[in-house]
Write a protein that binds this ligand. Structure first.
Ligand SMILES: Nc1ncnc2c1ncn2[C@@H]1O[C@H](COP(=O)(O)O)[C@@H](OP(=O)(O)O)[C@H]1O
Ligand SMILES: [Mg+2]
Ligand SMILES: [Mg+2]
Ligand SMILES: [Mg+2]
Length: 370
């Protein structure tokens, strides 16, 4: 289906495809990555793969759409000091290898790609910092998470390259590359060992949601798009949730599930996984609910962690809101503002899920008071 944003879609798929190639190169040598990981001020990890993928994607965006601003997760501050020279050189090598790879069909040398297009270290760091925009409600902007689920990436599990176009606060296009997401019939819940045993051609996809243009799964080459849709809202929904316990309240998810199903034995069909691969699994019907209630209510969710998944799930027949049933607001800046949690579900089931979430919240408050 053609859309107003076809040109952006083509560029974004190309950028995510190349970034998946780059991150897969790093992923294939996870022993080495331990020495190539920094801890950021907020105690979260960042790897050479995150920086290099942001340099690559920003290179493509700045050449293809020079007037567009970018809200990217990473910045180059940790790579600039004298004593970061080894890491800086590795980031530059990874980024330049990906930038200079020969063009494939659909790509354009004018996007800053292909043989001879390498950049200096300084140019690459400046390109990373094109992601420093503060966001906001007006105009066109891209939001980029070069590796979402960095913790999963380091563990050998799920991660995603996530890119979205936001226009006047509305997400128009989302592209998510999931190099490790198992293809049917393999379960998306496979952990590192199971994933490592899967052949390359049994995993990986690039997911595309385009406002008014549907939700699609392409192969990792960005080819062979197939339409995807959410599940048929079963009675006992499979609950997609973060693997990392600090990112969402798992006990709360049990309480919500019990309210939806009437069960009381404390077990739920949870699918813990890192990254926006959860939104892809929901959009493809490999899970039925995505619940993310804050463990730390002061933490503000970042727009790059949700924008692409939001449009993908919506276009696949789902709905994503906060716990009050309000649509997420991508026009507030780099974050989604106050943290009321995130509820993704099949559209026809969404109102009931929000009711269950509200009931569980009331019960939690009552228990806290008692
Ligand atoms: N205390 C917290 N609560 C919720 N999300 C958090 C968090 N600390 C970090 N995150 C975000 O959670 C994202 C991963 O989400 P998930 O748990 O679904 O895999 C991280 O993205 P990165 O891995 O890109 O840094 C990070 O932005
Ligand atoms: Mg991070
Ligand atoms: Mg992220
Ligand atoms: Mg990230």
């Amino acid at each position: 289906m053609s859309s107003q944003y076809d040109a952006e879609k083509q560029v974004a798929i190309c950028a995510v495809r190349r970034a998946c190639g780059l991150t897969s190169t790093v992923f294939k040598n996870l022993e080495r990555i331990k020495g190539e990981t920094l801890t950021k001020d907020d105690k979260s990890p960042v790897t050479v793969g995150d920086f290099a993928a942001q340099a690559l994607v920003n290179t493509i965006l700045k050449n293809a759409f020079p007037d567009d601003v970018i809200v990217g997760e990473e910045d180059s501050a940790d790579l600039r000091p004298e004593n970061a020279s080894q890491m800086r050189a590795r980031v530059a090598q990874l980024a330049n290898d990906a930038i200079t790879a020969p063009l494939v069909e659909g790509e354009d040398a004018a996007w800053g790609l292909g043989p001879g297009k390498e950049q200096t270290e300084t140019q690459l760091l400046d390109t990373v910092d094109r992601g420093n925009h503060q966001g906001g409600v007006s105009g066109r902007m891209w939001t980029l998470d070069p590796i979402d689920g960095t913790k999963g990436f380091i563990l050998g599990e799920q991660y995603a390259v996530c890119l979205a176009l936001i226009v006047n606060g509305q997400v128009k296009l989302g592209v998510i590359g999931c190099p490790n997401l198992p293809n049917s019939p393999h379960p998306v819940s496979l952990t590192a060992q199971g994933l490592a045993a899967l052949p390359d051609d049994a995993k990986g996809g690039i997911f595309v949601g385009i406002e008014g243009g549907g939700a699609w799964e392409h192969d990792l080459q960005g080819l062979n798009p197939k339409p995807i849709k959410v599940s048929d809202s079963p009675q006992n929904p499979r609950v997609l949730e973060s693997r990392e316990v600090k990112h969402s309240d798992k006990a709360f998810n049990v309480a919500v599930y019990q309210r939806i199903t009437g069960t009381t034995d404390g077990t739920i069909p949870a699918i813990p996984m890192d990254s926006q691969a959860k939104y892809c699994a929901l959009a493809r019907g490999d899970g039925d609910l995505y619940l993310r209630m804050p463990v730390d209510p002061k933490y503000k969710e970042k727009i790059w962690d949700h924008a692409a998944g939001n449009v993908l799930v919506t276009e696949a027949g789902g709905k994503v809101t906060d716990s009050r049933g309000q649509l997420l607001n991508f026009g507030l800046g780099r974050t989604l503002g106050e943290n009321y949690g995130i509820v993704g579900a099949v559209k026809s089931q969404h109102a009931d899920v929000v009711k269950a979430v509200q009931g569980a919240l009331e019960a939690k408050k009552a228990t806290a008071k008692a």
